[in-house]
Design a protein around this ligand. Sequence first.
Ligand SMILES: NC(=O)c1ccc[n+]([C@@H]2O[C@H](COP(=O)([O-])OP(=O)(O)OC[C@H]3O[C@@H](n4cnc5c(N)ncnc54)[C@H](OP(=O)(O)O)[C@@H]3O)[C@@H](O)[C@H]2O)c1
Length: 257
Amino acid sequence: MDWTGKVVLITGASSGIGRGLALKLARRGAKLGLIARRNELLQEIAGEISAENKNAGVLSMPVDVQDANAMRAAGLRLSSTFGRVDVLIANAGTGVTNSGAEFDAARLSAVINVNVIGAANSVAAVLPEMLARGKGQLVVISSLAAYRGLPKSAAYCASKAGVSAMFESLRLDLGPRGIDVTIIHPGFIKTALTAGRKARLPWLMEVDEAAKKILGAIEKRKKSYAFPWQLAALVRLGMIMPNSMYDWLSRRNSLRE
Ligand SMILES: NC(=O)c1ccc[n+]([C@@H]2O[C@H](COP(=O)([O-])OP(=O)(O)OC[C@H]3O[C@@H](n4cnc5c(N)ncnc54)[C@H](OP(=O)(O)O)[C@@H]3O)[C@@H](O)[C@H]2O)c1
């Protein structure tokens, strides 16, 4: 796939995976709309991109993905600046660690609002124009945590299972309308989200390598892509395990301290 001139909207572009994807896509000639709340970081990335290539097209838009109106306005601004939006990468996300014994519905709601409603707002920001053109690709950065419940991760697992199911439904409906949907399920990546975790994070991957793999899956228009393969294989094994065995193994190998 040739990214030259492709217009890509990336949410959660101020750090981690989103930042890594933005820098790589800019080098490949894509025009970018960058969304996150921390404008100073977006400006820094836009500056870095422009310093590498004076003709790079990059638009920083400090928006909270929870704000549906602001997201729609950002989608329209990007398409009016560069003519269209070819690809959405709904990457903005957050997580909390807390034991079920300290279950807090308000905290769960806050995670769902970013990881699910924020992704829905991101789709709504670009979908009408994609439907009108009969062309486009919607990508979501979900997680391997979408497949089964993990210890101390009720909010995160619920949000990722929800967003994966949402995009899978969209894939069924939108494929015949010319819009591809790609669901990415990463394992552990070295970002602010995993920083400071004391638990052992198996097959922890650098952002650069993860971004390379994610772009490869987008280019191939994969329906779903889980990586690294070793952890993805274990997660798939977990899906066919009897519940009693799954519970025993998961409790022994909690990935959150
Ligand atoms: N790191 C991992 O191991 C891992 C594994 C699987 C999946 N993921 C997923 O990958 C995605 C990116 O996470 P990351 O690991 O790169 O962590 P990160 O460095 O913390 O990045 C999160 C990004 O989301 C943005 N964001 C958070 N809340 C937002 C909001 N309300 N509105 C707009 N932007 C918001 C943040 O920007 P601002 O704070 O500036 O708004 C930041 O740019 C997430 O969806 C995460 O669940 C990560």
